[in-house]
Design a protein around this ligand. Structure first.
Ligand SMILES: [Zn+2]
Length: 591
């Protein structure tokens, strides 16, 4: 974040002549446990320790900046030293409480390791720890950003942590616990402070502004809370700026101009143009947004958020927990598939990351727009009707990372199958081929000579029969052995298992065959492993050939290679399926 050339937020407090900021963050910094927002789990544990007098000698508070680590440390120090006793809630009135609040309490030592990171400073500090507290019950050392300490400084501290004086308490605070030596970590009781969710933060800002009698718009507070990214302190500082910027009130217009936010309508319009592949419109809209003072980083963030909403809406069918999904998102869902939105999202976040590397902000931004326009996932996933079917029936299993293709909804058997002579295809995922249906309708007119039957033609004949259930299994698994040399019009057929040699089942197959061949036939079935080809074996071979073709086309696609390179993507093994119409040049499978 810090290396972002363009910065996240404007530092200017607003137009000249605006009223002086009230410094809400300092004024509303909690002085009591009860006033701490969003860290109930930590507050409860600390209060329990205080009331039960089971106090550890070192605490580690971890969490993002501005969530209240040092604020909690200070309240904890007051609770330890309050003149009313070690209490669950400091009184705030006694001289100890007031002196700690004012930063004048001699036994409360707060240092910032970011600026005092050497072993010298720490040793000096720890020297003093050996002396008993002067005015209070406990000496409380608060070391903020403790991960910044040097290795020697940590070693010096470790000695004190190993044999802590009884009346000394350490509260270490850090945004980066990974950088703290495990020897130190293991001697601390650790509490993880959470990032504040947007809702409670909005509620808190609303409460504070209400107390301050400052008018505000809910949308403005939403935007401020979003920009604060879970930090109460940042939220209040931004609100301060917004009050100054808006001349005493917090309006959405002022906040979006201050934060360089993008109007929702303009954003949806841009996403729409990208989805349609309308490069001219998209570029013009992008230029217009930046021209109106929006930051490229803010536009890309908001665009990524919009795609997130689209994905959540189309995959789960609900709006994101903290987003206000409106009609425009539902409309976008119809033109953008979840995979596409995934890809767009990634392009936005990566583009946002790389903005700092671009020659200038608008060039970087335009390149991201062009990339959004260049990647058309349809080319990878499928073509034609299957794509349309997939769009109509969103399936949660689809994912970009796996390059998984959507399975089109099963083709339903046309009604009146027997009457029209149209038979369902063996693979319900694919439309019935027109040649098959025309052949079968012709066959109902003139009888097929039985002499033309052979083991080779049997599977194709079986697949034309409008059968279901076990009789369909018979059609799939049986092989043809020849005509009965004695009994006329009797076909000798082999079925693999006894269950398929059941009289009513054979009768159904016989009826279907009679209708298909245009003359009365009978079947004589023997049970045994089929020797000739079966429809099932042909299907399996064909599926294998299709799978091979699908994997080859994915592996050879320059676009897929580009995505793999660009996003460091991998293809999940076994996730590739052929969808859409099968290729005409697929070689006839051998069985
Ligand atoms: Zn007190």
């Amino acid at each position: 974040m810090s290396d972002n050339l363009f910065g996240d937020l404007p530092s200017a407090a607003g137009p000249a002549g605006a009223q002086a900021p009230v410094v809400l963050a300092r004024k509303w910094r909690p002085r009591q446990f009860a006033a701490v927002v969003g860290q109930d789990h930590v507050v409860k544990a600390l209060q329990h320790a205080l009331t039960s007098k089971r106090l550890h000698h070192a605490y580690l508070f971890t969490g993002a900046r501005g969530v209240g680590k040092t604020t909690l440390a200070r309240i904890f120090a007051k609770a330890l030293n309050c003149e009313t006793g070690v209490v669950a809630e400091p009184c705030g009135q006694c001289s100890s409480c007031q002196e700690i609040d004012a930063g004048r309490f001699v036994d409360y030592i707060e240092i910032d390791a970011a600026s005092n990171r050497g072993v010298g400073e720490i040793q000096q500090l720890l020297e003093q720890a050996r002396f008993a507290p002067t005015g209070g019950r406990f000496k409380v050392y608060v070391i903020d950003e403790v991960h910044m300490l040097s290795g020697h400084a940590f070693n010096a501290m470790l000695k004190t942590l190993e044999e802590p004086p009884v009346d000394v308490k350490f509260v270490l605070a850090t945004t980066d616990p990974q950088k703290i030596p495990v020897t130190v970590l293991s001697r601390c009781l650790q509490f993880n402070l959470k990032n504040l969710r947007r809702e409670p933060l909005v509620a808190h800002l609303a409460y504070v502004l209400n107390q301050e009698s400052v008018a505000s718009e809910p949308r403005a507070l939403e935007a401020l809370a979003r920009a604060a990214q879970g930090s109460v302190r940042d939220g209040l500082s931004l609100t301060d700026q917004a009050i100054a910027y808006g001349g005493g009130s917090v309006s959405f217009e002022a906040v979006s101009s201050m934060l360089g936010l993008v109007g929702r309508e303009a954003l949806v319009e841009l996403a729409d143009a990208i989805a349609k592949g309308d490069a001219a419109a998209a570029m013009a809209l992008g230029e217009q947004l930046l021209g109106n003072g929006a930051l490229a980083s803010a536009v890309l963030d908001d665009l990524a958020r919009l795609y997130h909403e689209v994905i959540v809406q189309s995959v789960i069918g609900r709006q994101p927990e903290d987003g206000a999904t409106d009609e425009s998102v539902r409309r976008l869902c119809e033109s953008i598939s979840p995979e596409q939105a995934q890809l767009y999202y990634q392009i936005c976040t990566l583009g946002r990351r790389d903005l700092g590397l671009a020659p200038d902000e608008s060039t970087g931004f335009e390149m991201v727009l062009l990339r959004l326009l260049a990647f058309k996932p349809e080319l990878v996933w499928s073509k034609g009707p299957a794509r349309a079917a997939a769009l109509r029936a969103p399936s949660p299993q689809r994912s970009l990372a796996g390059m998984t293709s959507p399975v089109p909804p099963k083709a339903t058997t046309p009604s009146g199958v027997a009457a029209t002579g149209v038979t369902p295809s063996a693979r319900p995922n694919h439309p019935v081929s027109s040649s098959a249906s025309s052949a079968s309708s012709a066959s109902s007119v003139s009888a097929v000579p039985l002499s033309s039957l052979s083991a080779e033609t049997w599977p194709a004949l079986m697949k034309k029969l409008p059968l279901s259930g076990l009789s369909r299994q018979f059609a799939q698994q049986s092989s043809f052995e020849g005509l009965d040399p004695v009994k006329s019009n009797c076909l000798l057929v082999r079925a693999p298992i006894e269950a398929l040699n059941e009289p009513s089942l054979i009768a159904r197959v016989t009826d279907a065959l009679t209708a298909q061949l245009g003359q009365a036939v009978s079947l004589r079935v023997t049970v045994g492993q089929p020797e000739g080809p079966t429809a099932a074996a042909k299907d399996a071979a064909k599926a294998q050939a299709l799978q091979k073709r699908a994997e080859e086309s994915i592996a050879n696609s320059p676009l897929v290679q580009a995505i793999i390179k660009e996003f460091d993507a991998t293809i999940v093994p076994g996730s590739i399926r052929w969808i859409g119409p099968e290729p005409e040049d697929l070689e006839e499978p051998k069985t």
